[in-house]
Design a protein around this ligand. Sequence first.
Ligand code: MG
Length: 288
Amino acid sequence: MKFVSFRRGDAVQPGVLVDSYLADLSAAATSLLEIIAGDHERGWLDWALSKAPRMPSGSVQLVAPIPLPRRNIFCVGKNYAAHAREFQQSGFDATSSGQDIPTAPVIFTKAPSAVIGPDAAILANLDPTNSVDYEGELGVIIGSGGRGISRADAMDHVFGYTIMNDVTARTLQHKHKQWFLGKSIDSFCPMGPTLVTADEIPDPARLKLETRVNGELRQNALVSDLIFDIPTLIETISGGITLMPGDIIATGTPEGVGIGFSPPRYLKSGDTVAVTIDPIGTLTNPVH
Ligand code: MG
């Protein structure tokens, strides 16, 4: 199932994309988050879809699948080896102590208010240091929550997958040591365009991630290259924190970010960033 959230007037409503049409689920649920968290009986979704009005999918503006997460987005730093090396070599990592490949997952968070949807603008002008960079990533959406989730059980807690762009102000990331400020600026968390349920992606390690800036391929990686895989991330985060339905984990970015170049190739007004992971789609955002 390919869930979306879309705008109608001032309201944001849940839907499902089926081929070229969108099934409007707003009569059955107020939001996609409610569907994820809802303890619906088996068959509820089929019932809701059978009642759902349909419209051409191109006729609505999609927003982020979860436009305002209930709490911070969990993120993973340095989770692809080649990216960990490029970050270390860039000199922008104030936390590494000279080490590039981490020995345990590096977990940080982004503020929920940073989330924007497909086609919304990344407001690079909000970074006073003019060092805005992209990070294409696979996002994991938690279904059933819990604490102390084992690696073996972890995938049973995954509702589905989306695309994230962990946009980062590199100078702020470096200057403030903790990464939060540089990664939580308003609009610095594009998400979408869809949320594909886990049953349609039985092996996320096979997914391919591509990031393009103005059409130029910058990142091109397989999720199988993650240093810490999705079950390890869920086990690690839930070790002491209760995961909740609708929680989001951005799993890390591969090699090819702007600071991997010398000199760095930062985003600037007029650029367009597009992150593609099939079958989720392409998350495209202009830079203002
Ligand atoms: Mg990242």
